[in-house]
Design a protein around this ligand. Sequence first.
Ligand code: HAM
Length: 417
Amino acid sequence: MIQSIRGTKDLLPDKAYQWHFLESKFKEISALFAYEELRSPIFEKTEVFSRGIGEGTDIVNKEMYTFTDRGGDSLTLRPEGTAGLVRAVLQNNLLQQGGITRLWYFGPYFRYERPQKGRLRQFHQYGAECISSPYPESDAEIIILADTLFKSLGIKNYKLLLNTLGSKDSRSRYKAELVKFLSSQSEKLSEDSKYRLSVNPLRVLDSKDERDKEVITAAPNILDFLDDESHLHFNEVKAFLSAENIDFEINPRLVRGLDYYNHTVFEFQSDALGSQDSFGGGGRYDNLFEELGGKPAQAVGFALGCERLLLIMEHLNALPEKEKLADVYIVSADARFSSNAFSIAGQLRKLGLKVTSDLLHRSMKAQFKEANKINADFVIIIGEDEAAKNAVTIKNMKNGEQKEVATESLDLNHFAL
Ligand code: HAM
């Protein structure tokens, strides 16, 4: 039998309701913060990502699903949401003159990574982006939005790691010092990090390799290279978070895997996840709009991984109960009553009740068994007598009580528990 692609998952009915719950929370919390939804295509011209995320990153070098289409264009399945959103915002002129553009998104993303728990090749993100404010209030708003969302999902004990990459100037001064230091230690670095040193030296800082970790402990600290403006911005972000009682831990080694960041970067981690412990992250990206050919616009945002969020919620027993499939199951004593069943089902659905019935001409016993299996609160029985009188018998499956009711007078009171 043909199997699905490694690192992809079918979303089956026993889990679909968890995603509906998540998606309803995404909508609810985005609305609380007055963010509007934007849906961009699942594939884009490759340059949106290679220019946006950066040529030296793992995502662009090793993880993108890139192909040439029949017209000869190089296209890529989106590995993240920010670059495509910026392209869409520019193309559709969404930047408001002198105002803020606040957007959220949800959907599938694709990275060719080694699949393991919490790491897939098709995964889903929710993200929010706050565009056009250079001020630390917008960094704080994004983090407060994320925190509000996590708390609304019952996730309280997560860790928020915070760092700043500073302005372009302070970052490049730091980079120069870091390269000097790492080059002097290069024989001790892993092969991967030796390569990173030449293409993207900051990435060496978040290597998981033990050899690299030892070298990194003595590396220069980015916080020592900040100019006044970068210090001020970072201090204000921290102050806003503290005032909102949001705990954070400063981690000067946090650089994140995408090149577009400057100033604030952050990551949300949870112990419930094992090695893939980061379930969300983001930061400020003031140069991406120009990088993608637009006018400058300063922005900050974050994205979370939905599969990882669900793993945490499962670990914390914070997942909701599955909703009942049907309130009412219609049992027909004979296939001759199928059209009575259809019309009664239609009448009840108009009242807002969830109704299902047998379509297999099965025995009454088999139909009752099915009604029990799906845990329907009520069964409606259409037998010879009922059909002749244009009535139905309603059975309350919780207490076994039965009553006969004329079909025309069926209303919600008959189905109150
Ligand atoms: P990211 O850190 O690359 O950031 O991804 C965000 C989240 O997506 C991760 O924390 C993780 O939970 C989830 N994720 C990433 N890769 C996978 C995977 N292979 N399998 C399962 N989950 C995964 C971004 O994508 C940025 N666009 C965030 C951002 C928005 N920055 C500014 N605005």
